[in-house]
Design a protein around this ligand. Structure first.
Ligand code: GTP
Ligand code: MG
Length: 558
């Protein structure tokens, strides 16, 4: 995979380290899976959910307690693996995975509560703490095979990352490295599934058949360390649960009053998070949005969460992005660098507003990869995935939204994708060049079609919602922000192109695009006499596209 992405072989040290990771990965898969090239999103999610059901997160006093905790737990149950991390409050935690769900349940039931205290109402949840004891402690040693090597799940140190990228051989290696070093790691994913599991456990007596699923960047393959956690709560009943031939039926409560029942329930969820969910803080209710959500911060795991109800289309959308990311190993690294560049130049912003967000930006990358250049495309259109869908792929989301597309990529004919073998460096440059020339004025971006389509209205940026094609996922983007997007893709194309002369000056390759002091790359470019290639913000805002062309033509002739 790395050889394909970067177009060059790795050093022996890198190959050994990567092979070890691959072997670990395979050892977790059943032998029969190995012959299948692609796992499905549902298989991965089911495996992660089962893992969370077998696991507990325990706060400990210090690193000195790790072995003691391991010894204590292994008296009750057999431990599969143990991970250590620290949260931003410098508190130590251990995530312990037991061999079976039964064993983890036994451990939970054997725990004690706080001393009787009217302010603290007892509750069983998979988040625990390990009481310190005085006196002589039994000596235990965690077996090396069970102490997982992931060193926490905090974002990687920025200076180290920049230094590592500066030492790469070429731009493709930089892009791959940035992905490998910043992508959400195994522990980050485990903890996110634990946060989901905690809500499920605490709410299960209130809502029958409750499932809390992570979606968005935590599971779509494009999440970086420290990314937010989008959660959807469903309590969909299957046919057996609604069997009209059964005579004993539950007495259930009807939600009365004018407002939407789920708006009221989300209000309750907000209250419960505040009162009953250990670790949940800073609860905010945003109930009048199209999709009502409750936001909260989970302080044991340092994860910011957005919880909504019944939004299965969000989950299917994440599945779609995940499938595209798994289809070709270049998709995720390329998307990571584009997301990071957009953050650096201020096109995206963590607060909602009139600017583009990571989700539509990811659709822009997928759309670019669907373009059939002279060598063919990297990714197929969504139309193709729908065409090969079978009965087992039929999914209806809320309001009967049809979310049917092929789920098992092993069934996708290999001539429908992957003909374009360009390396990451080439693809990144082509991405910026493609959008530098894209007709945003008249055309809409549609991953359904894989080709630009006519815009149905005059909104500045039009990116078709893949699962609800009448909607535009970038409807919030203002004219000014769209102009800035055009400006930044042009500048990025020029910056990257100018840096491809093989000279590793300060800020070479993608560093000029992703370093926080983004002007550094621009300054270097100006130093080497390329200033005529850049378009200024003033030129763009004072002029329409024709005028920009004139400015460019004038500069070129100079
Ligand atoms: P970051 O949180 O920025 O890392 O990326 P994200 O992919 O998680 O995006 P975000 O939190 O904004 O949205 C979460 C998920 O909701 C996305 O991955 C999509 O699956 C879905 N989503 C976001 N925006 C829209 C939209 O406008 N329409 C629909 N149907 N789904 C959306
Ligand atoms: Mg998100």
């Amino acid at each position: 995979q790395s050889i394909i992405n970067t177009g060059k072989p790795y050093s022996l040290r890198q190959i050994i380290s990567k092979s070890t990771r691959i072997c670990k990965c395979f050892s977790k898969r059943k032998f029969s899976d190995i012959s299948r090239k692609f796992l499905s999103f549902d298989e991965v999610a089911a495996q992660r959910r089962a893992e969370a059901k077998r696991s507990l997160v325990v706060q400990v006093n210090s690193e000195a307690s790790f072995n003691e905790l391991y010894g204590y737990c292994s008296k009750y149950a057999s431990v599969n693996g143990i991970h250590h991390y620290k949260n931003s409050g410098d508190e130590h935690f251990m995530l312990i995975e037991f061999k079976t769900e039964e064993e983890s349940k036994n451990v939970i039931h054997s725990c004690s509560s706080h001393q009787k205290d009217v302010d603290v109402m007892a509750l069983h949840s998979p988040f625990l703490w390990f009481r310190a004891v005085s006196g002589k402690k039994e000596a235990f040693q965690i077996p090396k095979s069970q102490l997982m090597t992931t060193k926490g799940c905090n974002s990687i140190d920025e200076d180290n990352l920049i230094e590592e990228l500066a030492n790469c051989e070429d731009v493709s290696e930089q892009i791959q490295q940035m992905h490998d070093r910043t992508a959400l790691n195994d522990l980050g994913v485990r903890l996110r599934y634990m946060v989901a599991r905690q809500i499920e456990r605490i709410f299960e007596s209130l809502y029958a058949n409750i499932v809390v699923r992570p979606f968005g960047s935590s599971v779509n393959g494009f999440g970086k360390m420290g990314c937010d956690l989008d959660l959807v709560l469903t309590n969909i009943l299957n046919e057996e649960m609604c069997d009209s031939s059964k005579r004993l039926v539950y007495q259930e409560k009807k939600c009365e009053g004018g407002r939407s029942p789920w708006q009221r329930h989300m209000e309750l969820v907000g209250e419960l998070l505040e009162l009953r969910v250990p670790g949940a803080t800073r609860v905010q209710r945003i109930l009048h949005a199209r999709v009502p959500i409750v936001k909260y911060a989970h302080e044991f795991t340092d994860v910011d969460c957005d919880l909504c109800y019944n939004n299965m289309s969000g989950v299917y959308m994440s599945e779609l992005l995940w499938l595209y990311g798994s289809l070709d190993p270049r998709v995720r690294p390329l998307t990571f660098v584009v997301r990071r560049w957009a953050q650096t130049v201020g096109l995206t912003n963590q607060h909602p507003g009139r600017w583009i967000t990571n989700f539509p930006l990811t659709l822009m990358v997928l759309f670019f990869l669907q373009q059939k250049g002279k060598d063919g495309c990297v990714l197929p259109s969504l139309k193709t995935l729908v065409q090969y869908a079978g009965k087992e792929d039929i999914r209806l989301a809320e309001e009967n939204l049809n979310c049917t597309f092929l789920r098992d990529m092993n069934k996708l004919p290999t001539d429908t994708y992957g003909q374009n073998k360009a390396n990451l460096e080439t693809l990144l440059l082509q991405f910026f060049e493609f959008y530098a020339q894209f007709d945003f004025h008249d055309k809409a971006i549609s991953i359904n079609e894989g080709v630009a389509i006519r815009k149905p209205n005059t909104l500045p940026l039009y990116i078709v919602n893949p699962l609800e094609q009448a909607l535009n996922v970038s409807r919030n983007v203002s004219y000014e922000e769209c102009e800035r997007l055009k400006l930044e893709v042009r500048n990025a194309a020029w910056l990257l192109d100018a840096g491809l002369d093989g000279k590793k000056t300060d800020g070479w390759g993608i560093l000029g695009l992703i370093e926080r002091k983004s002007t550094r790359g621009l300054k270097n470019l100006l130093k080497v006499g390329n200033s005529h290639r850049l378009v200024s913000v003033k030129d763009l805002f004072n002029n329409d596209d024709d005028k920009i062309e004139k400015v460019k033509a004038k500069r070129d002739s100079e």
